[in-house]
Each structure stands twice: as C-alpha cells, then as structure tokens.
Design a protein around this ligand. Structure first.
Ligand SMILES: [Zn+2]
Ligand SMILES: [Zn+2]
Length: 346
C-alpha cells in the first residue's frame, strides 16, 4: 500500500521507486581464472543508439555484467544534428558512472564499412578520432597501432551477406597477421555457427554481443533470458588482464541457453558447474549418478547411444542419470564446433 499523503507541502512516495539491484550471474572460476561477464558491442545516441552513454553503464551493472565497451559507429552518426561531441565522447561521458559502479569500461568504437571488410569493433582504443580514416586498411591499421583488440562483427549479417556466409580475402589476411583477433559468433539475436569454426581454426576469441541500440530490457525477453555476453577468463578484473585474456582466446560465448567456444574451456566449465555424486548401481550394472547444477547455465544432456535417455539440468537443478560403463553423453546446447557438441564421460 502506498504512503498516505499527509497535509505537509511535500510527501515523497518512495514506494514508486524501483530498487536498483544487481543481478548475480553464477559462472564458476576455471583454472584459477575469474569469469568476467562482458558485452563488447553496444550503441548510444553518439551513433545510432537511443540511450545516453551513462545509462548503458547503469543497465550493464543491473544486468550483472563486469565489463562493457561502448562501440559507437565511427562513420555513422545519424543524430549529429542534435548531438555534438567527438568520437571519444560516449566513453568520456560513461566513465564516471563506470568508476562509481565498478564496471570496467573499455574505450571502443565500431569501424563501419561495406562488406568486405564490413564492421569491426575496436577495443582498448587510445583515441577513436584518429581511427576515422577514409581508407579501410588505414583505419584498421591505426586501431591496431593503438594496441587495440579488433574483432569482426556480425560476419554473416543479412544486410551484408544476404545469401552467403563467407570470409573474404581481407579477413584472412588480417587474421593471419593477428590484426583481427576475434569474431562475433553471436550478434543481437543471430548465431553464426560457421564463425565458431573460423575462431577455433584460427585461435581467435569467440565473441557474443548484444549490439544493443535501445534499452536492453525493451529488446530482450529478460524475464526469461539474460542478455548475450562474452565470458572472458582472466586472472583479474582489470583492463590489462582482460586484454591479455582476449588475445589469448580465453573466451566463451553465451546467448540464451546456448554456450559456444573451445572444447577445453567448455569441458572445464561443465566440470566446475556441476557436482556429481555416485548413488549406487542398477541390476543392469549401470551407475546411478546425481547431478546438481550450481551455476546459471542450462545443460541439455543426452546419451550418445540411447536417444531416449536425456535430461535437462537447470540452474540449481538436480537430476539422476543411469550411466553404463563407457557411456558418453553430449550437451546438445553447448557447441564446440558448428556441428559439434561438448561430449561428457562421467
Ligand atoms: Zn555493425
Ligand atoms: Zn554495432
């Protein structure tokens, strides 16, 4: 019930205000490395987004993220008539709020070109203004020379590759020369399985981004799912450590109920997320095991040999499985390749 307004000149109805709480996202540490929850792709009014930079930080904090990069288009500012400022303004305006809330804010921008090379995100930029060069390669090289981590955005975006999903010569060269060091396997609501293979074949960081332009809670079904994110496994929550881990490819993509990335990282994540207890044997010689999920991941577990044997393990969930000797299971919503799932042997 609301406070009854008194006869005083002013009554504050505090109940109207929403509590600003932060979502807790449970991802285990692996190999002594912390899971840093990141979104490295989003827009503000300084390009074609609808929000002021500071609001992006508040949003990310409430949604449980640890690090974000605001990546406004370098070559596209449709609100320029109303919003002045430089290509560094969104970063500068968001920084005080990020410091206040403990969000790692990464100085970024989006190189926005026709395909090829398409769109590339630049993280850890020193001065985004200097990247605003007409020649594609000159702009990319300027970002590289600033020490930036560069990844290829939405490689199979329908607007740029309506009927195909191919890697162009320029991407191959940039990857070979370690200038492109990551690729989005997921963008907004699009998942690109072929990009996962490209990442794995070339030791690149897998990236999953929102590329959000409006309010995240207005766009995503956040009553059911968290926003897409990249999990970066870093020794500390610092810029240096995050950058090192990105270049080392220590990342996992998380979007909806899906996880995609390197097999060794996914395997380790699975082991650390689940507690396994043996609970006797059946007459047929199967071991009964109890699985409890202590993470926020979802596991769709099914036997490779027996299609009828499948369970879904939700966060805080508990399931029992009968396991034959040497029986293998796959996690069908965890991808270690475009057509490969994580395989588990209990
Ligand atoms: Zn883009
Ligand atoms: Zn974008």
């Amino acid at each position: 019930m609301l406070t009854t307004p008194g006869t005083a000149q002013k009554t504050v109805i505090t109940e109207l205000e929403r509590a600003h709480t932060r979502d807790t996202i449970r991802v285990p540490d692996i190999r002594g490395l912390k899971a840093i929850k990141c979104d490295f792709h989003m827009h503000t009014v300084f390009s074609d987004g609808l929000l002021w930079p500071e609001v992006r930080v508040q949003e990310a904090w409430e949604e449980g993220l640890d690090a974000i990069a605001i990546t406004d288009h370098i070559e596209y500012q449709p609100h320029k008539t109303y919003v002045s400022g430089s290509l560094n303004s969104s970063y500068e305006l968001a920084l005080p709020k990020a410091k206040e809330l403990g969000i790692l804010l990464i100085h970024g921008g989006e190189i926005t070109r026709e395909m090829p090379p398409g769109h590339l995100n630049v993280l850890f930029a020193k001065d985004v203004e200097r990247i605003n060069l007409e020649d594609d390669e000159a702009a990319i090289m300027e970002a590289y020379n600033q020490g930036a981590f560069i990844f290829w955005n939405h490689p199979c975006w329908k607007k740029q590759q309506p009927d195909s999903c191919i890697m162009f010569r320029i991407h191959k060269d940039l990857i070979k020369n370690k200038i492109i060091a990551g690729i989005e396997v997921f963008n907004e609501i699009e998942w690109y399985p072929c990009a996962l293979d490209w990442c794995l074949e070339n030791n690149l960081a897998v990236i999953s981004s929102s590329d959000i332009h409006e309010v995240t809670a207005h766009y995503y079904a956040m009553d059911k799912w968290r926003r897409p994110m990249t999990l970066v496994f870093a020794s500390e929550k610092t810029h240096e450590s995050l950058k090192y881990a990105l270049f080392a490819g220590q990342t996992v993509a998380w979007f909806g109920k899906y996880i995609a990335g390197r097999e060794d990282l996914l395997n380790e994540l699975f082991i650390q997320s689940i507690s396994i207890k043996k609970n006797g044997k059946t007459k047929q010689g199967e071991t009964i095991i109890n699985l409890t999920n202590t993470s926020d991941f979802i596991f769709e577990i099914s036997s490779i040999y027996d299609k009828n044997k499948s369970v879904v393990l939700y966060p805080d969930g508990f399931v029992s499985l009968r396991v034959k000797p040497d029986e293998r299971f796959k996690i069908s919503n965890w991808f270690t390749g475009s057509d490969k799932n994580l395989i588990i042997h209990f």
